[in-house]
Design a protein around this ligand. Structure first.
Ligand code: SF4
Ligand code: SF4
Length: 164
């Protein structure tokens, strides 16, 4: 979390997030951390922490949250949504924060579409990599991630090319 400057806190922020579609339940978070424990992005980036993002919203750290790269790193996978004992629906809160970040000019309006393209591409790459190792699913085989990725990229490019 960034430095907390009391004079910069916006007490209205959490209410505004709660007014957005999907943001309604943010105020009932009791900071248990189960969302972070199951998050696949937190697994690969220890600085990414859904519990902390919610805490920052509740504290009123508007500028720090809406300008943060973290709100765009979420893969919208809904794991935190399923784990939360308070039904905070953090995936929807994240969508609400993104909408606010666009509306308030923290990113260009085209930015969500660029993120969507990246999400689609990463799913296609994952699918091709999984298909590659599925061909040898009965063997105890090691994998070479770089080789798999290169092969998957070629497959995705091939699928994009018009059929001649
Ligand atoms: S799991 Fe739910 S209640 Fe627990 S910190 Fe995350 S959002 Fe808050
Ligand atoms: S929706 Fe986002 S914050 Fe929640 S578990 Fe998935 S990647 Fe993490």
């Amino acid at each position: 979390m960034g430095t907390i400057v009391l004079s910069e806190l916006d007490p209205k922020f959490k209410y505004e997030v709660a007014e957005q579609p999907g943001g309604e339940n943010i105020k009932v978070c009791f900071s248990c951390g189960l969302c972070t424990a199951g998050c696949p992005v937190s697994e690969i980036d220890e600085n990414y922490n859904p519990r902390k993002i919610i805490h920052m919203v509740l504290l009123g750290m508007r500028e720090q949250v809406l300008s943060s790269d973290f709100i765009w790193l979420c893969s919208l996978c809904y794991t935190c949504y399923a784990h939360c004992p308070q039904n905070v629906k953090f995936t929807d809160v994240m969508r609400a924060l993104r909408t606010m970040a666009v509306k308030e000019g923290y990113v260009h309006p085209s930015f969500p579409d660029r993120i969507k393209e990246i999400d689609n591409l990463s799913q296609k790459l994952r699918q091709q990599m999984a298909l590659s190792i599925l061909r040898r699913k009965s063997e105890d085989a090691s994998i070479n991630p770089a080789e798999l990725l290169a092969k998957a990229s070629r497959e995705v490019e091939r699928a994009k090319s018009p059929v001649s």
